[in-house]
Write a protein that binds this ligand. Structure first.
Ligand SMILES: Nc1ncnc2c1ncn2[C@@H]1O[C@H](COP(=O)(O)OP(=O)(O)OP(=O)(O)O)[C@@H](O)[C@H]1O
Ligand SMILES: [Mg+2]
Length: 223
């Protein structure tokens, strides 16, 4: 029985890496169940949660879905929870950039997932993570809508400041009225005309280069 095995594991303290996993499960499970789930998954992965490293926590994450099926019976909740664990698994291992090609509308969702994974890896709060994900969405959608696609590159920053950097590049026609767009006086034919302005407001750093051969936008959000 799962519950018996769980009792063999100490519930606390959790390492910093493991407590992020714990926080990830928070919306889905009440506290005792969450601890039990982590404990049993850690036991299966042979990891001590009190000192678990980032890589070890990923091994625990891979074991979690088995336990989740025991605890969650609602298929929608289960899907949502598994998706979030999948994002954690998709988080980059190092400060190497992860590139997502934008060719279809679905790729915008993949960009969001990468941004969420990077935010979770860096320990962003829910509020700051949502700002980053929203900004990445806007850039990816613009590249898809106005440039026929492009690339979104997501990178975790460690030195000198912890944060996430996202570079959205395309080879489209460029942004003709950039001054008006950023001033909020541009009348968009397609949307609200607030995507880039909003993105700039949400981020700590925002740099844009645009011309007839394409557009590159770099945004950074720090912890
Ligand atoms: N990557 C891009 N390549 C070419 N033009 C772009 C690109 N991104 C934005 N634009 C142009 O800049 C305008 C403003 O973009 P912005 O994202 O701010 O607003 P929007 O896309 O029009 O509306 P919203 O994002 O609010 O739905 C767009 O209408 C489009 O003409
Ligand atoms: Mg837009």
């Amino acid at each position: 029985m799962l519950a018996d095995r769980i009792r063999e594991r100490p519930a606390a303290p959790l390492s910093r890496a493991a407590s992020r996993l714990d926080a990830l499960l928070e919306p889905f499970l009440a506290a005792p169940n969450r601890r039990a789930l982590l404990g049993s998954s850690a036991a299966r992965a042979s990891v001590d949660l009190a000192s678990a490293t980032e890589d070890e926590v990923r091994r625990v994450a891979a074991e979690l879905p088995r336990g989740l099926r025991v605890f969650l019976t609602d298929p929608i909740e289960l899907d949502a929870c598994l998706r979030r664990i999948g994002d954690l698994d998709a988080a980059p291992d190092s400060d190497a950039a992860v590139d997502v090609r934008i060719e279809t509308e679905d790729d915008i969702l993949r960009c969001r997932g990468r941004a969420r994974a990077a935010a979770s890896r860096m320990g962003f709060s829910q509020v700051v993570a949502t700002k980053l994900i929203t900004a990445v969405s806007e850039l990816a959608r613009n590249a898809f809508q106005y440039a026929g696609g492009g690339t979104v590159s997501v990178r975790c920053l460690f030195e000198p400041r912890r944060g996430v950097e996202v570079v959205a590049t395309d080879s489209g026609p460029g942004i003709a009225h950039l001054g008006d767009v950023l001033a909020g006086t541009y009348k968009s034919k397609h949307g609200m005309g607030m995507g880039l302005r909003g993105t700039k407001a949400l981020m700590d750093e925002f740099d844009i280069r645009t011309g007839p051969r394409g557009t590159t936008i770099t945004i950074r959000k720090f912890l």
